[in-house]
Design a protein around this ligand. Sequence first.
Ligand code: NAD
Length: 400
Amino acid sequence: MALQVIEPKIRGFICTNAHPTGCLKNVRSQIDLAKKDIESTENTPNVLVIGASTGYGLASRIALTWGYGTNTIGIFFERPPSGNKTGSTGYYNSAAFHQMATQDGFTAISINGDAFSDQIKQKTIDEIQEHFGQIDLVVYSLASPRRIHPKTGIDHQSVLKPVGDSCTEKTVDLTNENIIDITIHPATDEEIANTIAVMGGEDLEFWIEALLSENLLAPQANIVAYSYIGPKITDQIYSSGTIGLAKIDLEKRVNAIDTRLLDQINGHAYLSVNKAVISQASAAIPIVPLYISILNRIMDTKDLNEKPIDQMIRLFSEYLGPNLVPIVDENRRIRMDDRELRSDVVAEVNEKWSLVNNENFHDLADFEGYKRSFRNLFGFEVEGVDYDQPIETEVTIPLV
Ligand code: NAD
């Protein structure tokens, strides 16, 4: 038992604790949006979600479970509660996910461990063999600052830097909420290689290799990996930066996997380019929180804005669902960033971006909304939660 009142512990773009009741409510709200009358089918699809506890991966798991009744096996790397220390937000989200999946009669298996390791891949294989037989869809939604390479043991650390030239751009200083110019020096070759090792596609290749070698991908199985492109404002730090090069590597390998799957199981692999959203991963990228604050105000006004759950409901109902011919662009990418990159949205973001300064910041950008949504990620400032009440932090997940 660890009953306690929990106050958020936030430093810059990091929150080191989480509120179980707030996380539960967040998961429940996502489920309410995803819930559909599920047509009964002979074979319930089996889905493997790698990175299943927060952001796009959790939203995918929820959209697929409550929208289509799929059985899911979810992999994540989350901190369980210990003594007076709360668990991480992804831990509590997954506990809530299991509680509600069990209530509603869905099959869900979760593994908490390092998805980059051979050991967790083997454990996943064992669980699929025992409970599912084969997998119909793999969702790859990892975002991690580091990867211990399973073959070499090297601890690769990723960096968020431009490539080639320094980049100077506006950003919001999260400690005093001032708009400042930030100059970020270009990454070294070693930093570029490390970032590609962490966020590129090699690990996905290892996953697919492991699944194929055990015949665990069903005929016509699909793989979808998530990526981001974004507008010119974030180009130097994102698309042309270290993370962008890693995403190019991911895309190259997704296309190679596609060729292989087509040949071996008549399956496909896709890259889905998603919208910029407030998540633990995106909060860590300089420039991006200010960009998202401006973007969200504009997209809200136009009634176009989407959270990860809205994006994933749309992905699986319109672009890559059962009985759908996948919708891709000329580069074979699924474009869930279509609304973010609509010409009128981009034009207005550019205009506000050129004008934004300390005086007009709160008029042009929804930074209050950004902060609230960031705290919401960790279960804080969620409507309907009484934060003065001591609550039980020792929550468990039925992990295998
Ligand atoms: P997130 O930080 O919310 O989630 C990351 C997930 O990865 C969590 O479930 C975490 O437990 C898991 N994870 C991290 N390291 C792991 C490890 N070693 N082993 C097992 N699990 C591990 O991230 P997100 O923002 O949802 O991003 C997910 C994907 O979507 C990324 O590929 C990201 O580039 C992409 N994407 C994000 C955005 C955005 O704005 N956030 C936009 C477009 C695309």
